[in-house]
Design a protein around this ligand. Structure first.
Ligand SMILES: [Zn+2]
Length: 414
């Protein structure tokens, strides 16, 4: 009896295992069919290959590696050349190659040449003469990179420096550099900031395929410096007049930049205002009628305004390598102790142009820029000079301006 019962259980057991196996096979079979359906009718898409530009890779080498015909990649090179020389492709960037979904042939090359524009070279067929014969040509164009824009608002308070405030608030430092640049006609970020200064600004963030890339335009900003509020708004009056304006619609651009060293070079290196003054670097006094910027040797020096170089060379008066720029009949500026001068006498310069580099030549005990401003030949404190502003918004466009900044002003009120 026991044997019979045992045999019965064994049979049941085998039966269960057998059924399960069938089940699995069936499931597998169904799955195969499902997979097969997907494979049989795929939605055809152009294939895009991203090629990273690595060290020592040249355009020709990368294209050959990607299996592109010599005729094609030289034709692409020639088509692109008037807009962008593909010899200059940069390490770490990408070349995107698009292959046609039907023919699998290369139909487009694209490359982001900088943060703003993308080079696109596409294959086109043109008819030869009146015959039906078609010839392959490549056509190049530059297009703005199609970023997705998000608007962001942020604010902070200066405890040590603007740079530190940005780090503390997790603000992209590139946005802070942009912000400082928009205020560069009214605030000298090496000398003016004080503990307790506050800032608030609204700016664009750029994304590509959902991934954060970089900050974009500053749309509006407030910086309260030592109790004085500076406010500015971005506005495009016309194709030629776009930039930053105060609440009244006056341009914030002035004849002179507030400082001959850009914020991005002074941002992390040394501290601000009265705290750093002392020792060998001096502010404007009756015995030192100039401003010293303690910046590392090699820091670029920019001309604070448009003008003509009236002196560029060695000065025996202790200035070392000196550049003088004549801005108009009234004003000129001097930049002393440079390690290197990169302009020549008689040369025209634009506001913000790099004219040389910080050094310690002449009577100088450490790398710094000694900066002087002369008004009618007399040394004057550049931080005190109130200089004529740039172009204001025309009466007929003011309504449009007020309307466009309304939302930002409301945000600032919050
Ligand atoms: Zn000095």
């Amino acid at each position: 009896m026991l044997k019979k019962i045992l045999a019965f259980f064994v049979i049941i057991l085998f039966a269960i295992i057998f059924i399960q196996k069938i089940d699995k096979k069936e499931v597998a079979a169904i799955k195969e069919i499902e997979d097969a359906t997907v494979i049989i009718e795929p939605v055809k898409k152009d294939k895009i290959i991203k090629i990273e530009i690595n060290e020592q890779a040249t355009y020709g080498y990368l294209m050959k590696e990607a299996g592109i015909d010599y005729t094609d990649y030289t034709a692409i090179y020639e088509a692109a050349k008037p807009l962008y020389d593909l010899i200059k492709i940069r390490l770490g960037r990408f070349i995107d190659l698009t292959f046609d979904k039907n023919t699998e042939e290369l139909k487009q090359l694209s490359y982001k040449i900088d943060s703003e524009d993308e080079l696109i070279v596409s294959k086109t067929l043109i008819r030869v003469g009146s015959s039906s014969e078609e010839k392959v040509t490549w056509q190049a164009k530059l297009e703005p990179i199609p970023y997705e824009i998000k608007i962001k608002q942020t604010e902070g308070k200066i405890e040590t420096s603007l740079y530190e405030a940005a780090l503390e608030k997790n603000i992209d430092i590139r946005a802070i550099i942009e912000l400082a640049d928009t205020f560069q006609w009214s605030i000298d970020f090496a000398m003016d900031p004080r503990v307790g200064d506050t800032f608030k600004f609204i700016y664009e963030e750029r994304y590509l395929n959902g991934e954060y890339i970089m900050p974009g335009k500053i749309l509006a900003g407030i910086y309260v410096n030592d109790g004085i509020k500076y406010e500015l708004f971005y506005f495009e009056e016309t194709e030629d007049n776009k930039g930053y304006f105060d609440v009244e619609g006056n341009s914030v651009q002035k004849m002179f930049l507030k400082a001959p060293v850009a914020f991005k070079y002074i941002s992390s290196g040394f501290s601000y205002g009265p705290r750093y003054v002392g020792g060998q670097y001096q502010r404007f006094t009756s015995s030192h009628m100039a401003i010293d910027y303690a910046a590392p040797a090699g820091t670029p020096i920019r001309s604070v305004g448009d003008g003509t170089v009236s002196f560029a060379g060695w000065s025996s008066a202790g200035y070392g390598n000196l550049t003088s720029i004549r801005h108009n009949g009234t004003y000129s500026t001097n930049y002393a102790h440079q390690s290197r001068i990169i302009v020549k006498r008689g040369q025209k310069v634009k506001q913000g142009d790099i004219i040389g580099y910080v050094g310690s030549t002449g009577f100088s005990t450490g790398a710094h820029l000694h900066y002087e401003m002369l008004k009618n030949g007399v040394k004057t404190n550049p931080l005190r000079e109130v200089l004529p502003p740039g172009e204001s918004i025309k009466e007929e466009n003011k309504e449009r301006f007020f309307e466009s900044i309304k939302k930002w002003r409301e945000e600032f009120e919050k």
